[in-house]
Design a protein around this ligand. Structure first.
Ligand code: PEP
Ligand code: MN
Length: 262
C-alpha cells in the first residue's frame, strides 16, 4: 500500500545503480519529444555532462490537438535505447496504452502522464510489471485521487512507484499550470513513495524552471524532471518551457548548491 502507516520507511527506487528516494536525489532531463536519433543522443550527452542521472524523452505524445506532432512512437523508443547505449543513462518515457507494453520492455522507467493518471486499466496492467513507474499527477486531480492511482499499480504487486507533481489547473493562466508546493511535503507525509517535481510543465515558461526547482528542493522533493532541448525555438513540442543545454547547466549549478548528489 502507498500509505505510510503500513510502511514507515521511505521507498527507494533503484534503476541502473541510480537511487531515488530515502535521501537519494536525482535529476531526470531531456526533451519533451524524441525528434531524431542524433537529437536525443546530443541532448543525452549534454544533460549527462551537467549531472543529470536519467534521460527523459517522449515517444508516444499525448497532444491536445490530433494534428500536432504525435511522437516518433516505437522508433522514438529505439532512439532512446541508442542514447542509453552510448551514455549509459537509464531512460524514462511515457506509455499511453497497455497495448504498447511489449515495446517498453527495455525502458527503465515507464512514465504515466497526467492525462492517463486515472486510466485504471492501464494502471492495472502496469501493476503486473516488475519495472519502476513514474506516475504524474492528473491536471485536476486531488492528492487523494493521486495516491489511489498509485494504489492501483501497487495492488497488482508493483511497488516501484515514483510520484510526480507537475502542476495543476487553477484559475491562473499566467503559468501553464500552478505548481502545488504543498503537495510535496503532504505526499511525503502520507506516503513512503519518492516524490519528484516537474517544474517545466508546471510553469510552461523557461524563466520559471530554476526558481520552481529550488522551491521543490526546499519543500523536500526527491528529484526533478526537467525538459531540455537542443533548439527550443524549433522544438516539435513544449519549446516555450524547454531549457537549452546551457540553461540546464546553470539550473544544475544552483541545484547542486542546495542538495547532495551521489
Ligand atoms: C511530458 O512529460 O512531456 C508530459 C506530457 O507531461 P504531463 O503528462 O505532465 O503533461
Ligand atoms: Mn512536455
Amino acid at each position: 500500500a502507498a500509505n505510510r502507516k503500513f510502511h514507515p520507511d521511505d521507498t527507494v527506487v533503484e534503476v541502473c545503480g541510480r537511487k531515488i528516494g530515502g535521501g537519494n536525489f536525482q535529476v531526470i532531463a531531456g526533451p519533451c519529444s524524441v525528434e531524431s536519433k542524433e537529437q536525443i543522443k546530443e541532448v543525452a550527452r549534454d544533460v549527462q555532462a551537467s549531472g543529470a542521472g536519467l534521460l527523459r524523452g517522449g515517444a508516444y505524445k499525448p497532444r491536445t490537438s490530433p494534428y500536432a506532432f504525435q511522437g516518433l512512437r516505437a522508433e522514438g523508443i529505439e532512439f532512446l535505447l541508442d542514447a542509453k547505449k552510448e551514455t549509459g543513462m537509464p531512460i524514462v518515457t511515457e506509455i499511453m496504452s497497455a497495448a504498447h507494453i511489449e515495446l517498453f520492455r527495455d525502458v527503465d522507467i515507464i512514465q504515466v502522464g497526467a492525462r492517463n493518471m486515472q486510466n485504471f486499466e492501464l494502471l492495472k496492467a502496469l501493476g503486473t510489471l516488475n519495472k519502476p513507474i513514474l506516475l504524474k499527477r492528473g491536471l485536476a486531480n486531488t492528492i487523494e485521487e493521486f495516491l489511489m492511482s498509485a494504489e492501483y499499480i501497487m495492488a497488482g504487486g508493483n511497488e516501484n512507484i515514483i510520484l510526480c507533481e507537475r502542476g495543476i489547473r487553477t484559475f491562473e493562466t499566467a503559468t501553464r499550470n500552478t505548481l502545488d508546493i504543498s503537495a510535496i511535503p503532504l505526499l511525503k507525509q502520507l506516503s513512503h513513495l519518492p516524490v519528484v517535481v516537474d517544474p517545466s510543465h508546471a510553469a510552461g515558461l523557461t524563466s520559471l524552471v530554476e526558481p520552481l526547482s529550488k522551491a521543490a528542493i526546499a519543500a523536500g522533493a526527491d528529484g526533478l524532471i526537467i525538459e531540455v532541448h537542443n533548439d527550443p525555438k524549433h522544438a516539435l513540442s513544449d519549446g516555450a518551457q524547454s531549457l537549452t543545454p546551457q540553461q540546464f547547466g546553470e539550473v544544475m549549478d544552483s541545484v547542486k548548491r542546495m542538495v547532495e548528489f551521489e
